[in-house]
Design a protein around this ligand. Structure first.
Ligand SMILES: Nc1ncnc2c1ncn2[C@@H]1O[C@H](COP(=O)(O)OP(=O)(O)OP(=O)(O)O)[C@@H](O)[C@H]1O
Length: 801
């Protein structure tokens, strides 16, 4: 309250600058009104309350209620408001749709009014709701009935602009929030301060305090001032002492106006159930929708994926009514839009998860269908309670159960829920299976959605706590897949794993039985063995097996277990009981004692073995190590640095080393670039040559044909006189040489290659381009004897003539 006083003084300082005289008068009026109201609190008798005016409420609140047509309080309002005004902690339980929201909003307004709460006083009341939609709904009702008050109210829920919320947190008096976002502000927002909190309200308290929100709620409660008023409301109120202790309630008043009534659900709610096979569900729901086109229907399903699929499928099948879907994985804006659309429309079907099961007050719902069996009775009550709300509300509920789920009806009846079995007229059920199959074959996305829906449903059944009620093994998965239009049932990995695990457990059990048998047999045997001579006993002891043999025996028997093997198994065991039992019966204590291998231990081991971690060694085909240049250090400085075995890291030194290494890296890089350029050039050249080759193919003769020398004059015609027989040399060598000389000579005359001139022009030394053939002539002349040379000269002269 200290802060409150400080703020009051601040306020008076500020007000000096304004015209404040008339306000002073009003203040005194207000004070006396507050005093009067507070004096009346002790005299409230719930039974005497007929209208809201009978409560000692402020004019502002009464006006707000009247404007919204709230004249007569409901049972829970009549009983709870009085105690709440007195400042008692309250545990309120009343049927769904019985007006619990006003039962806590009116006391909040009144308490803050009586304490003259202002913006500067910070958070005075905190309302926590399990879902965003419910928080939004409470916020809207508060805005309506509190319109004449000067308090500021804030809606703090996930999916909204956190920055925007953060800036305004210090100006909010009444905070409506979801647990997650509230904790986020508590942790991250320095402007958030709830040290002067007066009232804490948990709507759907049992849900807020259950396992799902446990840690978040514990953290929130820790941050709240212990001196406060706490109000808990729900249709299925928690009575758990543990929960109440968590909230440190001080002598809470338990208010349950409907506890003595015959039913826990609204009287105007007509409830029925049907039993059908899992593969009939889609057909029945589709037929129901087709037969209730002029109604407002809410269909609850177990998972988001089912909702998504059913919504998309029905949209494609076009039943002739508006369709909506509401589930947690949708974007917040979309969720809000759908919520409002469903509130507004009258002929509409909404597919939803349990997100919409608690607290939401959709107006005038005709039917609530529970397509999948609810987790427990509480969930059933909240789902069904979305219809038949308020004073005049009426509605119907339909629960669809599988044959094995029919036992759930007993639980419902035990919990005072009147429900009747009805049967479906098969002639009225139109199964859209063929259409669905056709749609799925055309639309791969829809098919994938169907597959996900299929798996998610099985998973949800598998994860349910109540195994008597939910048994995934009893589901005809193939038929169910077909009903969703999936001709080939999707793989259900978690089920396959489960089956393997079950098999494993069964075999273990069988083994345990065998071991027990063996133990008893062994005991019996040892007793009888006492009468056998020592020698005989020795001969009966089998040869000791090595550990490895024991292990393989055990494994073998384990994996290939059948009756015949059991015989062998028993036989062997009888002889060597001690050995065979070891691998089978691993004492649990021993298992526990096994030290977990820590990362540090692994690192130590590696260090001991001197293994260089994070290194890769590459080998050639011949087994030689390929050196990785990138990893090896090159500079002397780096080598020295690595060889030093000093703990820690000298950053300056490491920098120097890196700089040194950098030089080598640059060199390596340059070399690489050069090699790359070279390769590019080579490729370019190769390409050019190929292109030239291609040109030849099209332009002239191909290379393989050789150059066309047909235009050259025939050397024989040029040099020959005609009679070759006379000129035949006896010596073959001379003929050969002579021929060469003739060729050279003719080449010189007719084919002086221009290329050589070009080469000379480029400045290449003359020696390197010396015509080889001239050299050959020199060689030849050198190799000839004097006589031969003379003969050759004569011949040449003769030819010239
Ligand atoms: N005094 C009243 N007079 C007329 N209508 C009322 C009054 N109180 C509540 N209602 C109407 O009754 C409906 C249900 O109220 P509310 O949502 O508070 O119920 P609830 O008990 O919180 O339900 P649930 O358990 O499902 O959360 C609302 O439409 C609300 O406007």
């Amino acid at each position: 309250m200290k802060k409150y006083d400080e703020n009051k003084s601040n306020r008076s300082k500020k007000s000096k600058h304004r015209l404040f005289k008339p306000r002073k008068k009003r203040n005194s009026e207000e004070d006396s009104a507050i005093q009067y109201l507070q004096g009346q609190y002790e005299q409230i008798v719930p039974e005497n309350i007929d209208t809201f005016k009978d409560f000692p409420l402020s004019q502002k609140t009464l006006k707000g209620l009247k404007d919204n047509n709230y004249v007569k309080p409901t049972d829970i309002q009549r009983q709870a408001i009085g105690y709440a005004l007195k400042g008692n902690d309250i545990l309120g339980a009343a049927k769904t749709g019985s007006g619990k929201t006003l039962a806590f909003l009116i006391p909040i307004l009144e308490q803050l009014f009586c304490k003259k709460w202002t913006r500067l006083d910070g958070v005075g009341a905190l309302v926590i709701s399990p879902t965003r939609e419910l928080a939004y709904q409470i916020y809207e009702i508060l805005r309506k009935i509190g319109q004449y008050h000067d308090f500021s109210a804030g809606l703090i829920i996930g999916g909204q602009n956190l920055k925007f919320e953060k800036k305004r947190m210090d100006q909010i008096n009444i905070l409506i929030c979801t647990p997650g976002r509230l904790l986020q502000h508590m942790d991250e927002n320095p402007l958030f301060d709830c040290s002067s909190l007066q009232i804490l309200v948990l709507d759907e308290a049992d849900r807020c305090l259950d396992m799902g929100f446990e840690t978040t709620m514990n953290a929130i409660i820790e941050n709240l001032p212990p001196k406060r008023q706490t109000l808990l409301f729900s249709a299925t109120q928690t009575k758990s002492v543990k929960d109440l202790a968590r909230l440190s309630l001080s002598f809470p008043t338990y208010i349950a106006p409907h506890e003595q009534t015959e039913t826990v659900t609204p009287d105007s709610l007509q409830q029925s159930y049907i039993v059908c096979k899992v593969d009939e569900k889609v057909g029945i729901l589709w037929s129901f929708i087709k037969n209730h086109l002029k109604q407002k229907v809410l269909v609850f399903m177990a998972t988001c994926k089912q909702v998504k699929f059913m919504y998309e499928l029905c949209c494609k099948l076009r039943p002739g009514v508006s369709l909506l879907a509401l589930y947690g994985t949708l974007h917040q804006e979309k969720r809000e839009r759908i919520y409002q659309e469903f509130c507004r429309k009258s002929n509409v079907v909404l597919f939803a998860t349990d997100l919409a099961s608690r607290g939401l007050d959709f107006p005038k719902i005709n039917w609530v269908i529970q397509y999948d069996c609810p987790e427990n009775v509480e969930t059933y009550i909240h789902r069904a309670g979305r219809t038949a709300r308020g004073f005049l509300g009426k509605g119907d509920g339909l629960l669809m159960l599988l044959p094995n789920e029919e036992i759930f009806v007993d639980d419902l009846r035990k919990s005072k829920i009147p429900i009747n079995k009805i049967s479906v007229d098969p002639s009225k059920v139109i199964s859209p299976q063929r259409k669905i199959e056709a749609l799925l074959s055309d639309n791969i996305e829809l098919k994938q959605t169907a597959q996900r829906a299929f798996v998610s449903y099985l998973k949800s059944v598998f994860l349910m706590k109540n195994k008597d009620l939910f048994n995934v093994q009893l589901l005809d998965t193939d038929a169910y897949a077909k009903s969703l239009g999936l001709i080939i049932p999707p793989r259900i990995r978690f089920l396959q794993k489960l089956q393997v695990k079950n098999m494993f457990m069964n075999k273990l059990k069988e083994k345990d039985n065998v071991v027990e048998k063996l133990n008893s047999k062994f005991n019996a045997k040892t007793e009888s063995d006492e009468f056998i001579s020592e020698d005989e006993q020795v001969s009966n002891i089998p040869k000791m097996k090595t550990k490895k043999e024991q292990k393989t025996d055990a494994n073998f028997n384990f994996h290939n277990f059948d009756d015949s093997e059991e015989e062998d198994f028993l036989h062997v065991k009888e002889k060597n009981v001690q050995l065979e039992l070891i691998p089978l019966e691993i004492p649990k204590e021993n298992k526990k004692k096994a030290k977990p291998v820590t990362k540090a231990a692994v690192a130590k081991k590696i260090l001991k073995k001197k293994i260089k971690v994070n290194t890769t060694t590459k080998f050639t085909d011949d087994g030689e190590i390929i050196e990785d240049e990138k990893r090896d250090v090159k500079s002397e400085l780096a080598k020295q640095f690595l060889s030093e075995d000093v703990g820690g890291l000298d950053i300056e030194r490491a920098k120097e080393v890196l700089q040194e290494e950098d030089k080598f890296d640059k060199l390596r890089f340059r070399e690489k670039v050069k090699a790359k350029h070279k390769e590019q050039k080579r490729k370019l050249k190769h390409k050019r040559m190929e292109e030239e080759g291609e040109k030849d193919d099209f332009g002239s003769q191909s290379e393989s044909d050789g150059p066309d020398l047909s235009w050259l004059p025939d050397p024989n015609k040029v040099y020959d006189t005609g009679d070759h027989s006379d000129q035949h040399e006896s010596d073959s060598e001379i003929i050969e040489n002579r021929q060469k000389v003739i060729n050279t000579d003719s080449e010189e005359r007719y084919h002086r290659p221009t290329k050589r001139k070009l080469v000379v022009n480029r400045g290449i030394s003359q020696d390197s381009v010396k015509p080889r053939k001239i050299k050959k002539v020199e060689d030849i002349s050198a190799a000839l004897t004097v006589d031969e040379a003379e003969a050759l000269a004569m011949q040449l002269l003769y030819n010239k003539k």
